[in-house]
Design a protein around this ligand. Structure first.
Ligand SMILES: Nc1ncnc2c1ncn2[C@@H]1O[C@H](COP(=O)(O)OP(=O)(O)OP(=O)(O)O)[C@@H](O)[C@H]1O
Ligand SMILES: [Mg+2]
Length: 689
């Protein structure tokens, strides 16, 4: 018997002769079933390359490969562990020629698609509208419609015009020998459906297909899977209907409901023991998901003990919320010996833009972190530009910073000049900056180029000198404003962006960042207890120093011992000992279903199904936590450009509802379950336990 699997899990692992569905709540070991089943199939003699395991993200695929390696060693590398999209790439590379695609077709990212659409529409559209079209076209593609079919089904003029655009877009992609992300599902489907030889080849090759996070597959993925496994249906799908959170992108729970109909031999395995969370956390999760309709009755229990109660944290503002989260992390670390590692903490929120205050607070407290599922504020191009200048003040031999600063903004120094400077620097073993002032440089470069370089060098030196003299918030603010004007950075941003809106947003980031630096120069820092001024004024150079240090630190510490900041969507399938769920404010989670803070919810079908998806999102968030969970909300929230008063999310009240109600003893239930499963395992086909 494999170690570390309960009877129900074993049953799922050992059932290899037909279609199998593991339908179970969060943390019940579904993903673990997949990795163990890969190992089991190989132990039973299946060739590693006959096994395909499909996960939801590249990161999840990498993690699964690691785990499989731990179980079966080197053979793991031949197992096809992939996402639906990377599987699609493989199929299209091998047989795309049947569809008229060259093997070197290119894959367009979302920005490419936006600009092709803008162009196809005549070029006068703004980026926001183009993205809306893109969204609609993508949804249509995900339900398997072509442009022509979309046109035939269009309900009104608006839809008709998008369908026409979709047809032009399809023509261009063919002309460019390109595919978009949706094609990576749609084209393989076409290959398998229309070309029997391709279908038979794959069905012969694949002995078993395993799919994680099955609840978030869409209609085309369902068809793809069906064609890959053929009539024999040797597959294992694992999922949880309560964690379906990609409905807005075309995922459908119909895929779960259809399985037993399409595969009458389907074995359904339910898992009921949660190995991840304490009872207190699990109860909160069960209470929140309770009101949603059920595909099947589910009970989830934990034997990890009651644990710490779930904390509700209220905050005045987002900044205050971030300070409290950081204070919580610090106190949890202080309370334990040895203190938990940074990587045992995660702060989760709904939308990318919510990361910013947390990033600032973590930086202030010198806590290393990474932002997953979005771009960190400090990783944005404009902020990195500014930091490159600071890095250069502090360390003139920082060549990457030199190259970035000298081109942000461009100052008429071209690639040829920089190339020649680089060559000279390498020859003489100098950094680029040091090479600028070498007495031998004039012999290597034309006069005009040299003047430009010298001017830049002198300017950097001058800035460094001034930054050293600039003390306190007001002076720092003035210095930074002058500097941005001198280098005309605002114009640089607007010149580099087609969309004024995007440029304006980037400029706002710059101003916000400068303001934050100025505050630090004023000494309002390092106090997570409530914004009290505790430190002396600093020079701007000192401030720049700590910031530059932190940015190199966080580069190095990626994937190491760092606190995770993540959107809820990107946190799916993962777990951390300590979780802070932030922004659990009515109007944010659930997201503003109408505009009155959600209190007078209009009960149309659409709002109802959206509310159900929000509820699942909250359930996903709660169930990421292993040992402690804090849920925080803010008394004010952004609504458009304004700040409005806000209430705690309805989910907070629901979470706590039955904290005091009596609980049944899970042990009795477990005993009964074990007996039942022991019987079933003995009777199950292929069981060797
Ligand atoms: N039988 C078991 N014994 C001990 N630990 C287990 C067992 N099954 C699962 N676990 C552990 O419980 C945790 C949750 O497992 P896993 O991530 O596989 O759950 P899941 O059902 O895939 O969760 P999610 O729904 O969030 O994706 C993991 O840390 C896993 O190692
Ligand atoms: Mg999982």
């Amino acid at each position: 018997m494999s170690p570390g699997l309960n009877l129900a899990q074993l049953r799922a692992v050992h059932f290899t002769e037909g279609p199998c569905l593991v339908l179970a709540g969060a943390g019940s070991g579904k993903t673990r079933v997949i990795t163990h089943k890969i190992a089991h199939l190989i132990e039973r003699g299946m060739a590693p390359k006959a096994i395909a395991a499909i996960t939801f993200t590249n990161k999840a695929a990498a993690e699964m490969r690691e785990r499989a390696k731990g179980l079966i060693g080197r053979q793991a590398k031949d197992v096809l562990i992939c996402t639906f999209h990377s599987l699609g790439v493989r199929l299209v590379r091998e047989d795309g020629k049947l569809l008229g695609l060259k093997p070197q077709f290119s894959i367009l990212d979302s920005d490419d698609v936006t600009s092709i659409l803008k162009d196809a529409a005549g070029g006068t559209t703004d980026a926001a509208t183009a993205r809306q079209w893109q969204w609609t076209i993508s949804l249509w593609k995900n339900i398997g419609l072509t442009g022509a079919q979309a046109l035939a089904q269009a309900k009104d003029d608006h839809e008709r015009s998008i369908a026409l655009l979709m047809q032009r877009y399809e023509e261009r992609l063919t002309a460019y020998q390109s595919v978009d992300f949706d094609d990576l599902i749609g084209l393989p489907l076409k290959l398998l459906r229309d070309f029997p030889e391709v279908r038979e080849k794959w069905q012969r090759q694949l002995g078993h297909v395993l799919v994680d996070e099955y609840q978030d597959t869409n209609a085309t993925q369902y068809e793809l899977l069906k064609l890959l496994v053929g009539e024999r249906g040797h597959f294992t799908a694992v999922g949880d209907d309560d964690q379906s959170i990609y409905g807005w992108r075309g995922a459908t729970l119909d895929n779960l409901k259809k399985l037993p109909l399409d595969y009458p031999a389907l074995q359904v395995v339910k898992l009921e023991q949660n190995y991840r969370s304490t009872s207190a956390i699990l109860r909160a999760a069960n209470n929140v998901i309770g009101p949603n309709p059920k595909l099947f009755p589910k009970t989830l229990f934990s034997e990890l003990g009651e644990g710490e109660p779930v904390r509700v944290v209220d905050a005045d503002s987002e900044e205050h919320e971030a300070e409290r989260a950081v204070a919580r992390i610090q106190s949890l670390r202080a309370a334990a010996n040895p203190p938990p590692e940074w990587k045992s903490f995660a702060i989760l929120y709904r939308a990318n833009h919510q990361a910013k205050p947390f990033e600032k607070a973590l930086r202030r407290a010198s806590i290393p972190y990474k932002v997953s599922g979005g771009t960190s504020f400090f990783d944005r191009a404009e902020i990195r530009d500014l930091c490159a200048w600071f890095r250069l003040w502090i360390n003139q031999d920082d060549d990457p910073a030199f190259l970035r600063a000298i081109t942000a903004p461009k100052r008429g120094i071209g690639h040829t000049t920089l190339g020649a400077l680089g060559q000279f620097a390498t020859q003489h073993k100098l950094s680029l900056f040091a090479a600028l002032f070498s007495p031998m440089l004039p012999a290597a470069l034309p006069r005009r180029a040299l003047d430009g370089l010298h001017e830049f060098g002198r300017y950097v030196n001058d800035l460094e000198y001034r930054a050293r003299q600039t003390l306190g918030a007001e002076n720092a603010r003035g210095f930074l404003a002058d500097w941005l004007k001198e280098i005309d950075y605002e114009k640089h941003l607007y010149d580099g962006e087609d969309s004024e809106k995007v440029a304006a947003a980037r400029w706002t980031n710059v101003l916000e960042f400068c303001d934050w630096m100025a505050q630090r120069a004023g000494g309002q820092v390092d106090d997570t207890a409530g914004g009290v001024v505790t430190q002396e004024a600093k020079s701007l150079l000192e401030v720049a120093q700590t910031i530059a240090l932190l940015s190199t630190l966080s580069d190095r510490e990626k994937d190491q011992d760092v606190v995770t900041l993540s959107t809820l969507h990107a946190s799916k399938g993962l777990e951390w000992p300590h979780v802070v769920l932030a922004g659990v404010t009515e109007g944010m989670l659930p997201f503003k279903l109408d505009d009155d803070g959600g209190r007078q919810l209009k009960v149309s079908d659409e709002t109802l199904s959206r509310l159900q998806e929000e509820r699942r999102l909250m359930y996903v968030g709660i169930t990421r936590a292993q040992r402690t969970l804090a849920v925080s909300w803010t008394k004010k929230r952004k609504k458009g450009r304004e700040m409005v008063a806000a209430q705690p999310s309805r989910f907070i009240a629901e979470m706590a509802l039955s904290a005091t109600t009596a609980r049944e003893d899970p042990r009795e239930k477990l005993k009964a379950l074990r007996a039942e499963f022991a019987r079933k395992v003995a009777a199950a086909p292929g069981a060797t336990a």
